[in-house]
Structure formats: C-alpha cells, structure tokens
Design a protein around this ligand. Structure first.
Ligand code: PGA
Length: 248
C-alpha cells in the first residue's frame, strides 16, 4: 500500500513572514493520514524545520548540486539540505530544466547524490505542449524516466512527479484519461527496472487546486500531488490535503 503524499513547492515565494502559514497548516493537520511535505525557498529551510518540529510535516529543498562541496557559487549540496533538516528534495523541475538547461543526466547525478545523503528525491518529468500535440508524450516521459531516475532509486527514496509543462501555473490540466495514461505508463516503465516499483509513489502536478483535487486523486496510480501556487496558503492547500485523505 502506497502512502499518499501532498507536496507543496513554494518556488521563489516566501520570506520569514510565511513561517506563520506553515504553523497554521501544521495545526490544521496534526494527525494526517497522508504524508505532507513543504519545499520552501532555501533561505527558510532551517527556520521551517524548527517551526514544524512538533508536527508531522516534512520540509524539503527545491534543488541541489550533485557534488558534496566545492567551488560552485550559489549552489547548495544535498548534504547541506540534510544538515538544515530537510528530508526531501525536488529535482528536475521543468522550470529548472528550461531556465537553467538542466538535462536528465544532470538530474540523475543530483538524485544519486541526494539519495546517498538520505534525502527522498521527488524527480519531475513532463512534456511540453508541442510534444503533446505531436503525440510524443509517452516517448518523452519514457526517456526522462530512463535518464533522470538513478539505479539507486527505491520506493522509499524516490517519488516521481508527472508535471506537464503546459499545465504548470496556467490553470490548464490534462484530462483524467491523459493523466491515467501517463501514470499507467510510468508504473509499467518503472516496473521493468525496479523490483519495488509497485511501491513508488507517482504524483501529478500542474494547476492542482481545491476545485479539481478530488477528481485528480480519484485517478488510478495517482498517489498524490506536487502543488505550486495552491500550496502557498492553508486556505488552498488544506482542502487539497483533505481531498487526498478522502481519496484513500
Ligand atoms: P502549479 O505548479 O501548481 O502552480 O501549477 C506546480 C509545480 O510547478 O510543481
């Protein structure tokens, strides 16, 4: 049985004032029946870990470097995230693939380093609108999974997030049939490589909000969501968590 996961990606949003938001969210979900993870900006990591210390809410990073330390100005290593109290890290988000030219090989190297440090990796994959329109979606997802997911991945240390680029921050979402097709494909593809693929959690991400969460969580092989804008306030994220709990 896969434990469901509601993950929030705050992206480049939030100053210390947002820690109150985190406390309010924690107080609203003191005994959740799903895992809850918030990935705030790196500047808030340590304070966020402290703010939710008494609650069953996990804190994660949004990226890391593949090396442990060294001359990499502006970068953060997996070990540093772990040291700050993070238990997970998002890797290969399409915004990083697009804006920083991150390749799947880079993502795999980062994931390997993060897993070796004991972090759970949330590895993102997803097609562009042009790729979907050209009916290349499954080829793209297959290639991203093959190259981005390291051999060291297990059901415990690896979560895959399917995030169609065209659905991120746009208010657009794929149809339930399209999500089901990709998630079913990901499960089969991972099963060909990993003995415990049946236990790996597959999240959907891209414009998840309270209004569409229940429908998305009702789709087979959707084990939760990676939520951007909808995770910034308890007003939006709480109902999404509740919808995931109801989908059990
Ligand atoms: P969104 O972002 O929920 O704001 O569409 C999702 C993500 O980028 O992880």
């Amino acid at each position: 049985m896969r434990r469901k996961l509601a993950a929030g990606n705050w992206k480049m949003n939030g100053t210390r004032a947002a820690l109150g938001t985190l406390e309010a969210l924690s107080r609203a979900h003191t005994t959740p029946s799903v895992d809850i993870l918030i990935c705030p900006p790196a500047t808030l990591l340590a304070a966020a870990v402290e703010a939710v210390a008494a609650f069953p809410l996990a804190i994660g990073g949004q990226d890391c470097h593949a090396e442990t330390s060294g001359a990499h100005t502006g970068d953060i290593s997996a070990e540093m995230l772990h040291d700050a109290g993070a238990s997970a890290v998002i890797l290969g988000h399409s915004e990083r693939r697009e804006a920083y030219g991150e390749t799947s090989e880079t993502v795999r190297a980062k994931a390997k380093a993060a897993q070796a440090t004991g972090l759970m990796t949330l590895i993102c994959v997803g097609e562009s609108l042009a790729q979907r329109e050209a009916e290349n979606t499954l080829d793209i997802i297959g290639a991203q999974l093959a190259l981005s997911v390291p051999d060291t991945s297990t059901a415990q240390n690896c979560v895959i997030a399917y995030e169609p680029c065209w659905a991120i921050g746009t208010g657009l979402t794929p149809t339930p049939e399209q999500i089901a097709e990709v998630h079913g494909f990901m499960r089969t593809t991972l099963a060909a490589r990993f003995a415990d693929a049946d236990g790996m959690r597959l999240l959907y991400g891209g414009s998840v909000k309270p209004a569409n969460a229940a429908e998305i969580f009702g789709i087979g092989d959707v084990d939760g969501a990676l939520v951007g804008g909808g995770s910034l306030t308890p007003r939006d994220f709480s109902p999404i968590i509740n919808a995931l709990e109801s989908a059990l």
